[in-house]
Design a protein around this ligand. Structure first.
Ligand SMILES: Cc1cc2nc3c(=O)[nH]c(=O)nc-3n(C[C@H](O)[C@H](O)[C@H](O)COP(=O)(O)OP(=O)(O)OC[C@H]3O[C@@H](n4cnc5c(N)ncnc54)[C@H](O)[C@@H]3O)c2cc1C
Length: 322
């Protein structure tokens, strides 16, 4: 009974979160002596046979124009057909935008138990128990799934991508029934920027301590030299200093980069709710009592306008960039 892993792509390119889901799914399959197979929908430009190096040896590809943009109902219907044909008992998603909209629908369609926000491999020593993050990352819960078919949506950046060898995956064209979409995407306005915030390894974020939009040059410059995405606190977006898609926190985007650099942000609980899954947090704030220091791995007490230009200079020296 294979473990089926949904491979998420954007404009034909495999998302980093999918590589984590694949590595996770392959490890779960190994735990239970099953095989791992992938499913990918829509037109793909990346070489998906290369996903074999993560241990995925079979990929079901449904190449249909109607699947080039996410329509959760249509995607769910197609994935359910693949689950039925390959007799998958476990389906893995990344808990990103696509996973969050498809996994619950698939759970209803298949009458399958779902754990979303998983952060570790399931414990199969006594049943099937999945550890998940709860209360905006402040606690963990262990949830037993008792249904025949199970679904897990893995939190991005919770599981390391693991290369298993140099094998090529076999791509099987799956002939699925694709329902007519109820909504039509007429145009897509993509957020500009080299690194999408939700996928970024490093995020440089600014708060009200930066005083105004005219001071964002140093935030963008630090992000550029680090190859990072930029983010901001909510009041900054509310004041239109930065676009709303950069706002992170309880009411904004929840992110989990490897490195989150918070500059002139106080660290209110609503802000932390969106960033506290970051692997390493660096805080720069002139107030030593700023609450963010309690959540920081590294803290610099001082004026951002003095510190950030010095960091940029040092990073440029280390990286040898202009
Ligand atoms: C229901 C609800 C939902 C919310 N959702 C969100 C959310 O999703 N995301 C979010 O961010 N907020 C959210 N908020 C708002 C949140 O409570 C805080 O008000 C907000 O995060 C504060 O933003 P800030 O840290 O940028 O600004 P401030 O609280 O004004 O902090 C600015 C910080 O900059 C420091 N500073 C000032 N000058 C300098 C300098 N020169 N150098 C270095 N440091 C300096 C100050 O010491 C201070 O700590 C929400 C609030 C509510 C009620």
């Amino acid at each position: 009974m294979p473990v089926l892993i949904f491979i998420d792509q954007s404009e034909g390119h495999i998302k980093k979160a999918s590589l984590e889901a694949i590595s996770y799914g392959v490890a779960v399959a190994k735990q239970s002596g099953d095989t791992a197979e992938g499913i990918i929908l829509g037109k793909v430009t990346d070489d998906i046979t290369a996903l074999g190096k993560y241990g995925l040896l079979k990929i079901h590809h449904i190449d249909n124009e109607a699947l080039n943009h996410l329509d959760a109902q249509v995607f769910t219907h197609v994935i359910a057909q693949v689950v039925e044909v390959v007799k998958a008992k476990l389906v893995i998603f990344s808990n990103n935008v696509d996973g969050k909209s498809i996994a619950p629908r698939l759970s209803v369609t298949l009458k399958a138990g779902l754990v979303s926000g998983a952060v570790a491999l399931p414990d199969i020593s006594n049943g099937f128990v999945v550890k998940k993050s709860v209360f905006s990352g402040k606690a963990f819960a262990n949830i037993a799934i008792n249904s025949d078919i199970k679904i897990i949506a893995l939190n991005p950046n919770s599981y390391e991508v693991a290369v298993a060898g140099d094998a090529k995956a076999e791509v099987l064209l799956f002939n699925a029934q694709v329902a007519a979409a109820k909504v039509k995407v007429t145009n897509v306005n993509k957020v500009k920027g080299d690194v999408p915030l939700s996928e970024a390894d490093i995020v440089v974020s600014g708060g009200r301590g930066l005083k105004g939009p005219e001071n964002w040059g140093m935030i963008e410059e630090l992000a550029r030299v680090l190859g990072a995405a930029t983010a901001c606190s909510r009041p900054v977006a509310d004041a239109h200093w930065r676009p709303h898609h950069e706002h992170v926190g309880q009411t904004g985007l929840a992110i989990a980069p490897n490195l989150y650099i918070a500059i002139g942000i106080s660290g209110a609980i609503q802000h932390l709710a969106g960033v506290n899954r970051s692997k390493t947090i660096v805080v720069i704030n002139k107030d030593p009592e700023a609450p963010f220091f309690k959540a920081a791995d590294y803290g610099i007490v001082g004026d951002a306008f003095e510190i950030v230009p010095k960091i940029i200079e040092e990073v440029k020296k280390v990286k040898g960039v202009a």
